[in-house]
Design a protein. Structure first.
Length: 377
């Protein structure tokens, strides 16, 4: 890879224009090393959730590049396959790869023949034998291979070689303290991270001329190149394939990369959970505020209703006072009017806001709406 030198300001502009994962892929540098470089040059990086906010057009805050800095003003990205860059920072993959090679050298040998194979390899061999026997029958022509068996998709020519490699691969993973389960796919458990993996043979595509017509069609066939496929998410996979070196020589590098991927996924999950927790907290604050607003509005409406009632009560009392005054000046003293006045004043007293006076017939009436509660009689 060609060396690329960036100034501190260029690195700052870069990390605020692209996600760190995209930058690490562009320059073939580990995500962790990139973070270390930013810390070393005192370059602030976006917080979790920043790029999701950008995607959905939400407001964001950008940290300014600190002016008080006395260190180096540039950094050179090297080919990290060497493990160490010009700042003396060793990549996490290189560290783990070296550790594996120093402590598990006897498990890095892939034998040409199976010797005391792992139980997953034995189960695969037995399942393949039964599956082939079923396929020979008329009823078993369309029988599918069991999903609870080690995932492998290779040609017949590479099948034995693939089994030998997977046997060494599984034994190394177990020695590193990891677990492999086969249930509707093959999954690797590193800590609490569950990752789907499989051994596949890369397909090659070639255009073939049609025998009768003037057009070509794509033909796919196995290429002979083996690779470990790691599914990060439903829509994203990472392959570690053999190249100049056969896959048998890449055991330590593949396992180191998988362990780093597990750590990255763990950190990604922590950031996701942190983001979710922040969203839940904001939602709770928003809900509490909405409840306060609703209560405030309800209290204000109650105030308006009580004020309206008080105004109505004043009107009724004024009317009753006027009737009573006319009754006193009248020579005719009607008992019926007096009784009505007494009844009316009792109703007004009951109708007053915050009144605790009971009324036998109106006890179930809503005083704000003066409607009958159907369960009150």
């Amino acid at each position: 890879m060609k060396k690329v030198t960036l100034t501190r300001k260029e690195l700052y502009d870069l990390v605020w224009s692209l996600p760190l994962n995209s930058i690490s892929k562009r320059y073939s540098i580990s995500y962790h090393v990139l973070i270390k470089v930013c810390k070393k040059l005192n370059v602030p990086i976006p917080e979790s959730g920043h790029w999701q906010k950008v995607q959905f057009g939400k407001p964001i805050s950008i940290k300014q590049l600190p002016l008080e800095y006395e260190g180096k003003n540039e950094f050179t990205f090297n080919d990290i396959s060497l493990g160490i860059n010009n700042e003396g920072i060793q990549s996490p993959v290189a560290i783990i790869k070296t550790e594996i090679e120093n402590n598990f050298s006897d498990l890095l040998i892939v034998h040409r023949n199976l010797s005391s194979p792992d139980k997953l390899i034995t189960e695969r061999l037995e399942a393949m034998k039964k599956w082939k026997a079923i396929r020979k029958t008329k009823e078993g022509q369309y029988a599918s291979f069991p999903r609870n068996i080690l995932s492998m998709d290779v040609s017949e020519e590479n099948y034995h070689r693939a089994l030998c490699f997977m046997d060494a691969f599984i034994k190394l993973l177990r020695a590193r303290g990891h677990h492999i389960i086969c249930n509707d796919g093959t999954f690797l458990l590193i800590g609490n991270q569950k990752m789907q993996i499989s051994l596949v043979e890369r397909m090659k595509r070639e255009m073939v001329q049609h025998e009768k017509y003037d057009w070509k069609s794509a033909k796919y066939s196995k290429s002979g190149i083996l690779l470990i496929r790691f599914r990060e998410r439903a829509y994203r996979t990472t392959d570690w394939a053999e190249g100049k070196q056969p896959i048998e020589k890449l055991l330590s590098k593949i396992v180191a990369n998988i362990e780093i991927k597990a750590q990255e996924l763990k950190e990604y999950q922590i950031q996701l959970e942190k983001g979710w927790a922040e969203q839940r907290e904001k939602a709770l604050i928003r809900e509490n505020r909405e409840n306060l607003i609703k209560k405030e509005l309800a209290d204000f409406k109650t105030l308006i209703a009580e004020a309206d009632r008080w105004f109505e009560i004043k009107k009724i009392r004024s009317y009753l006072d006027d009737v009573e005054a006319k009754l006193k000046t009248s020579e005719i003293h009607s008992e019926e009017v007096k009784n009505w006045l007494s009844w009316a004043r009792k109703k007004v007293a009951w109708y007053e806001p915050n009144s605790k006076i009971d009324d036998e017939l109106l006890s179930g009436i809503d005083k704000n709406t003066l409607t009958i509660n159907k369960y009150s009689y």
